[in-house]
Write a protein of this length. Sequence first.
Length: 277
Amino acid sequence: MWALVRASVIATLLLAAGQAFAATCRDPAGFEKWLGDIEREAVARGISPQAVRQGLSGVTFDQSIINRDRGQGVFKQSFAQFAGRMVSPARLKGGAAMLKRHAGTLSQIEQRYGVPAPILVAIWGLETDFGAVRGKLPVIRSVATLAYDCRRSEFFQAHLFDALRIVDRGDLTPDEMRGAWAGEMGQTQFMPSNYVRYGVDFDGDGRADLLHSPADVLASTANYLKAHGWARGGDWSPGTPNFEAIRAWNKSQVYSQTIAYYATKLAGGDTSAFQGQ
């Protein structure tokens, strides 16, 4: 009884602390003041003070990230244009090589999650050329900058807190967390909250490492797709539930079609150039 009362009191105090420290986007007092509020709120949310200090140390506002966010254009390429550029013979040959190199791991992942190897390798190839091009920007600085801005503050605050949770649970250090301008990181470009939610330690080394471990990368990607409705044994053509799971990965119809097309080519062992559809 008293344990329940005590837990209720603690929860109430933490909620009150979170409300007291709630950070206000574009705080007139400036970014440093706002970051201090974030630090206190992160601790109130249960993230260790050490991880919070480590993660936020030296973080500064980056106007270039805001400029990129404001400068985004609508995706205008057709499927033929995009797939013709992205599903090149070289990328098909690279994908075929990855299917062979990681055959054992991919088989184990399919047994556990139901997602076949060609889909995972297609996403891996399109996102980062199998880990070769992951982005170099500090993730915590990027999501902190976007959280401070008022356009999508709540969305990026959630990612900022989860970036600190990644540090707290020992998956990655802040210096390791580098990626694209909006905070995507790792070999299949997970946002921090998806990293926390779907990241898998498949190689058994005690941490989910989506930057360096292909096994963790591929299993985590499969875990994401399964959580978004992937049906074991089904095909992935447009209009199927599995295609909708791919669209949950990337909402662009053209990008999703390209993943499906690339996977179909890999599944059939076809390394010829795009013919148009």
